[in-house]
Design a protein around this ligand. Structure first.
Ligand code: NAP
Length: 287
């Protein structure tokens, strides 16, 4: 069975649209983009479209590749001070002259809807729900819950330990809380006997950025497989194809449930960004 992230995300977006329409003011997401990375431009377009669909104002601040770090930091300061801005997102990657660590730490944690600021990362680890959870991790958890996949007591194996996917997902699924309580194993490029570990997974999440890395012999029957990978591959005919980290054709014959790429985790990530922006908006209006 294919887990249709797009369908679930569309439903969440509809609910959000309805909630947002009841407010006099609109939430605002402000995005800082530096340079012209082609993937970044695609992601920004998707985020803008998604915001417009639910009634979130979207502002893009686009700087050229050469922009100095202090100009970007000052822009973040101004967005922090702007009462109309609920969410701030710095589109990664940033060019070399700008420290992504400095940029992320400069964002007001109350507006850090990507959940990358150390305060939000810390809150997430502690299970404090007043912060923001990284959008992909939140999206995957929501996808599992909305698909009625039990997480509690399951062995979740995550391939990849990045700060934006693997680590936050591990942190939220292992919490001592309802809809969590999983036993989590996180693998990375130094892990040994990968196949042995992945074959013991009830839920396998692949987030490593290697096309078709997870093959059918790496999973046991009835595993739920979540493919996070987005790999742009140039085909012999010159076109570009987007492939996941899972060999979908063969793994889908064994897995009980599996996400496809596209229309799997990607739309869940985007809708989680909208949810976080709305959460920030509501928190501000409660004050
Ligand atoms: P990343 O920062 O490059 O991290 C990749 C992780 O995979 C690292 O922890 C690395 O280990 C591990 N890894 C690499 N080769 C491995 C191997 N052979 N065996 C085991 N582990 C291995 O990547 P990311 O940002 O997390 O993204 C991962 C993929 O997800 C990419 O394709 C990205 O485009 C995609 N993505 C999709 C979404 C979405 O919404 N669908 C969101 C974010 C990312 P080390 O730590 O040891 O180097």
């Amino acid at each position: 069975m294919i887990l249709n992230g797009k369908k679930i995300a569309d439903q969440i977006a509809l609910d959000l649209k309805e909630k947002i329409s009841k407010h006099e003011k609109k939430p605002n997401l402000s995005v800082v983009l530096v340079g012209k990375n082609s993937s970044s431009l695609i992601y920004i377009r998707m985020k803008k479209k998604a915001c417009e669909k639910v009634g979130i104002d979207f502002n893009l601040y686009h700087f050229n590749d050469e922009e100095k770090e202090n100009v970007i930091l000052k822009k973040i300061d101004r967005l922090n001070q702007d009462d109309n801005v609920n969410g701030i997102l710095i589109q990664m990657p940033l060019p070399k002259q700008i420290s992504s660590k400095k940029a992320i730490q400069r964002i007001d944690p109350n507006k850090d809807v990507d959940g990358f600021h150390p305060i939000n990362a810390g809150k997430m680890l502690l299970g404090d729900e007043t912060g923001f959870i990284s959008c992909t991790a939140l999206g995957i958890k929501t996808l599992l819950l909305k698909s009625n996949i039990k997480i509690e007591s399951k062995h979740v194996v995550i391939l990849g330990r990045s700060n934006i996917v693997g680590k936050p997902l591990a942190a939220i699924l292992m919490q001592k809380k309802p809809h969590a309580n999983a036993t989590v194993t996180v693998c990375h490029s130094y892990s040994k006997n990968l196949k042995e570990i992945t074959r013991s997974a009830d839920i396998l999440v692949a987030a490593i950025g290697k096309p078709r890395f997870v093959t059918a012999d790496m999973i046991k029957e009835n595993t739920v497989v979540i493919d996070v990978g987005i790999n742009h591959i140039k085909m012999p005919d010159g076109t570009t194809k987007v492939l996941g980290d899972v060999d979908f054709e063969n793994v889908s014959k064994i897995a009980s449930k599996i996400t496809a790429v596209p229309k799997g985790v990607g739309p869940m990530t985007v809708v989680s960004l909208l949810k976080n922006t709305y959460k920030s908006f509501c928190k501000k209006n409660e004050k």
